[in-house]
Design a protein around this ligand. Structure first.
Ligand SMILES: [Zn+2]
Length: 391
């Protein structure tokens, strides 16, 4: 997982619509805090008539509904991404909110726009719904009404905060999609919106620290100052990665697959009938980066990688021929020598393969693997960042 500060996979708690839901360790800290705040701070007057156990029960239920609201927000992103054929690896709730890990970057500005905008829309609908119920369906002065109202306000804040125009916040992604549409360049759009994200992050840090260190009324947000400074820090870090990723993407798009690919004799040619164990008598000594062009009667028909051989179970290692394990050139859509390296990387990630054939006019010229591209790239785009403002 690429999520620097709160790295690690978190604890898997289940699946919704096939998407694994995970909780980062930091989630439990914030959950406890939210429960505590609701039970002791949020509505002291309405809670007056309640006993201790009831207060904590309200805190627990309120906290749970709040985090379910976050989950709804993330599910909106994830389901929209899935509608566009993108694979969603997981949703993780963590310290500042949630993150949907979508395996691909958007291919068109329209996709980016809709995937980004549905999250805040979902929060807004929830926020309006809770507020409406609190104001018109529940009787005045009760603890229940107060907590539903607070949940409504929190969801509205969540929607508004995430629509701030700095990448990788949702609003930054919306902006990215608009700049992308206007300029036709994804990496330029990423860089512009990520620069704004850096600025926004810096402003939050200044404002948050101002609130913590000074008595000036303008900065005073109480407890939220610390929160804001932390979110600002995270936003700045992630936005800086976005700027870097955009620059890498620009470099990558300018590289042709033909310049990167391994050709014979670096990529060794081997006959399709050759037994795998004959080609690689000792798997321990196999170089993981090796790729083989598989030929039949002098004509290249497919490719195989050392990684594939390493992953074979012992039985198949003993009995398979290269033909059995190869990626046949006519079964995958090949890359052209003048395809961009960015396209090659996206296809490798999407098709979960280690190498792709490069073909020109029906002739297999060579292979391109993650290895060749990663040297030029470093890492993928940062994940979506969804702070749960002012929890
Ligand atoms: Zn979001």
């Amino acid at each position: 997982m690429r999520f620097g500060m709160f790295g690690g996979q978190g604890i898997k708690v289940g699946r919704i619509l096939g998407i694994p839901i995970r909780l980062d360790l930091s989630f439990f800290f914030v959950f406890a805090l939210v429960v505590f705040l609701i039970a002791t701070q949020i509505m002291p007057d309405a809670m007056d008539g309640l006993g201790g156990a009831e207060r904590w029960l309200y805190g627990l239920v309120g906290g749970a509904v709040y985090f379910l609201s976050l989950l709804v927000h993330e599910l909106a992103h994830s389901l929209m991404a899935r509608r566009y054929g993108m694979e969603v690896s997981s949703i993780t709730l963590f310290f500042f909110g949630g993150v949907s890990l979508i395996r691909e970057d958007s291919q068109r500005p329209g996709q980016e726009f809709w995937i980004a905008v549905v999250g805040p829309l979902a929060s807004l609908v929830l926020g309006a719904g809770f507020t409406f119920v609190a104001l018109f369906a529940l009787s005045d002065g009760t603890a229940l009404r107060n907590i539903v109202f607070v949940l409504g306000v929190l969801n509205c804040i969540l929607a508004a905060f995430n629509m701030l125009p700095g990448f990788p916040l949702d609003g930054g992604r919306v902006m990215r999609s608009l700049v992308w549409r206007l300029t036709g360049s994804r990496h330029r759009a990423t860089r512009a919106s990520a620069r704004l994200g850096q600025l926004l992050g810096a402003a939050m840090i200044v404002y948050g620290i101002g609130g913590l260190l000074t008595e000036i009324a303008f900065f005073d947000m109480g407890f939220n100052s610390l929160w804001l400074a932390l979110i600002g820090f995270l936003l700045m870090t992630q936005a800086a990665q976005g700027v870097k990723a955009a620059e890498l993407e620009r470099d990558l798009a300018s590289l042709r697959v033909g310049e990167l690919m391994l050709e014979p004799p670096v990529a060794r040619t081997a006959e399709a009938d050759l037994l795998v164990r004959v080609l690689a008598p000792s798997r321990a000594q196999l170089d993981q980066q090796d790729v083989f062009i598989v030929a039949e009667g002098g004509i290249a028909v497919g490719i195989a990688s050392a990684v594939q051989i390493l992953l074979l179970d012992e039985e198949r290692y003993q009995s398979d021929r290269l033909r059995d394990i190869m990626l046949a050139a006519d079964q995958v859509q090949p890359l052209q020598p003048d395809s961009g390296a960015d396209e090659a990387l996206q296809r490798l990630q999407k098709e979960r393969t280690f190498v792709l054939p490069v073909v020109e006019r029906g002739r297999l010229l060579g292979v391109v693997g993650l290895e060749q591209i990663l040297k030029a790239l470093g890492q993928g785009p940062p994940p979506r960042l969804d702070p749960s403002a002012g929890a």
